[in-house]
Design a binder for this molecule. Structure first.
Ligand SMILES: Cc1cc2nc3c(=O)[nH]c(=O)nc-3n(C[C@H](O)[C@H](O)[C@H](O)COP(=O)(O)OP(=O)(O)OC[C@H]3O[C@@H](n4cnc5c(N)ncnc54)[C@H](O)[C@@H]3O)c2cc1C
Length: 478
């Protein structure tokens, strides 16, 4: 695991909103354990270390007072109610695969890890999955598959991330270009509020406009408004076996222009981009036989079935050729197609082997994608840093990944400069600082630049209304 040393949050460890009452740590954990169970409340520092960081490895992650691993929503409510009475910070945690420091522990707070709450019930009649938050995305997909159904949202991390984390970050993924993001599948939710009240929002109804749209307020709230203890997720009929195309380009710019042209004509089920550095990193890691000389590759899939899929893929292949692709390959063998998708999914892990990383997640409207990607290249050149880039290109969502040497202050400074410049560039192009990973602690400082003072003030008013003591995930997002 590489770290994002020097990039996250403030120079001081993540701190709670206010110091807890004048009780010793031992008195506090004794109180909490009496309300729950010793089996549910971890206080051993070595065991707690497993719950202090997400994949961003926040160097400012604090040492929690305790890690709570509830089995029921009532236990979550009990823990939050106790934290509220003692004004102790609460960090909700799914599987810790986040890339923005969102589930970094707060000094002296409690981490509520939902990893034991994993029940999944599929209702094939209403086509919904009723899921506890700790269930992994892959487990929900597998359970749905048994009923001929499909849960589309597919972050590259789908085998290791939880549904609670997906809902809390409004996670995206590879098939969002056609099927949308997590929020498009959330019909209902149970949430424990900051005072410990357990509420139910929405339910297994495809249409429901009663009251304010509070359900969607919690989607993407990154643990700052409540702890999600159950989600009702919309399922759709199983996906048709996809046909796949890979096209090689001399440059990223050509590939990005092809994306713009493809998006005008067809709606693929996947449209991903890898640049030369990321292709080579994956090849170094997995030896898959990818073309190391390609300046960029585009990976497209069509799931409209049979002949129609072949036609759609042929259209995409033609557009790629017209946009400068010098080589392409297509297959209707789903296994072969999945091997290419695997290359794309493995990119983070492969690039992580090259050094310490600062992960970007900027996005723009599709027509501006070439400008964003070209701008990122220039930022890398100007700051003298390598920025392998992969992208959910069909969404305009890019992941420039800045590789640096954490032991070299000059390298850290250049990487940090590039990190900020990329977000500024995205905002200047009318884009976003984060398309799917969330703001967490990593991007908090740049949020006002995108949202502006009025929207920031409104966001703070909502946060204060729901969490007046500021105990829920303090230091994240706002
Ligand atoms: C290799 C790799 C590839 C990735 N690819 C993608 C991708 O393609 N698309 C994408 O969107 N993301 C991707 N991610 C990022 C990450 O997997 C997602 O953000 C995921 O949704 C996080 O889920 P988690 O269970 O790990 O949550 P965590 O990391 O534990 O938490 C994430 C945030 O959600 C909050 N949270 C978690 N559970 C709850 C809950 N029950 N109630 C309230 N708040 C909660 C936390 O406080 C935190 O703010 C990738 C990560 C890795 C490591």
């Amino acid at each position: 695991m590489t770290s994002l040393t020097g990039t996250l949050g403030s120079a001081t460890p993540n701190t709670p909103p206010t110091p807890a009452a004048r009780l010793s740590s031992l008195q506090l954990t004794t109180e909490l354990t009496a309300l729950l169970d010793p089996d549910i409340v971890l206080t051993d520092p070595t065991l707690m270390d497993n719950y202090r960081w997400d994949w961003a490895r926040d160097p400012n992650a604090g040492v929690p007072l305790a890690v709570v691993r509830p089995r029921t929503a009532e236990q979550v409510a009990t823990a939050v109610r106790w934290a509220s009475s003692r004004r102790i910070a609460v960090v909700p945690r799914g599987a810790g695969s986040g890339l923005s420091g969102g589930s970094s522990a707060v000094e002296g707070g409690i981490v509520i890890s939902l990893d034991r709450m994993r029940a999944i019930n599929i209702d094939p009649h209403t086509r919904v999955a009723i899921v506890e938050p700790g269930a992994l995305n892959a487990e929900v997909k597998a359970a749905a598959r048994e009923h001929g159904l499909w849960y589309p949202p597919d972050p590259s991390s789908f085998e290791m991330c939880s549904i609670g984390g997906n809902v809390a970050t409004n996670a995206g993924g590879l098939c969002c270009v056609k099927y949308g993001v997590t929020t498009d599948y959330v019909l209902g939710m149970d949430v424990v509020l900051a005072d410990g009240t357990l509420i139910r929002l929405g339910g297994p109804r495809l249409k429901d406009v009663a009251g304010l749209s509070l359900l969607k307020l919690f989607v993407g709230s990154e643990g700052t408004l409540g702890v999600i203890t159950r989600a009702v997720l919309r399922l759709v009929p199983a996906q048709q076996p996809p046909a796949t195309m890979v096209a090689m380009f001399g440059s990223v710019l050509e590939a990005a222009r092809a994306v713009v042209a493809i998006s005008r004509s067809v709606r693929p089920a996947m449209l991903e981009l890898m640049d030369q550095a990321s292709i080579n990193a994956v090849e170094d890691h997995l030896s898959m036989g990818l073309n190391r000389d390609a300046g960029a590759l585009l990976l497209a899939q069509s799931d409209v079935g049979g002949e129609n899929a072949a036609t759609e893929i042929a259209t995409i292949e033609r557009i790629c050729a017209e946009s400068g692709a010098y080589e392409s390959f297509s297959t209707d063998d789903p296994k072969e197609g999945e091997a290419f998708a695997m290359a794309r999914r493995a990119a983070f892990v492969a690039i992580e082997r090259k050094g310490s990383l600062m992960l970007e997640d900027v996005g723009v409207a599709i027509p501006v994608l070439p400008e964003l990607l070209e701008g990122v290249r220039l930022i890398g050149e100007r700051n003298g840093v390598a920025i392998p880039t992969v992208a959910h290109a069909g969404d305009g969502n890019t992941h420039p990944i800045i590789v640096y040497n954490a032991a070299d202050p000059d390298s850290v400074a250049r990487a940090s400069a590039a990190f900020g410049e990329i977000m500024t560039l995205a905002i200047s192009l009318g884009g976003t600082i984060t398309g799917e990973h969330g703001v967490g602690r990593l991007k908090k400082g740049h949020l006002p630049d995108q949202l502006g003072p009025d929207v920031m003030a409104l966001s703070h008013r909502i946060k204060n209304a729901l969490d007046p003591q500021g105990i829920l995930n303090p230091g994240a997002v706002l």
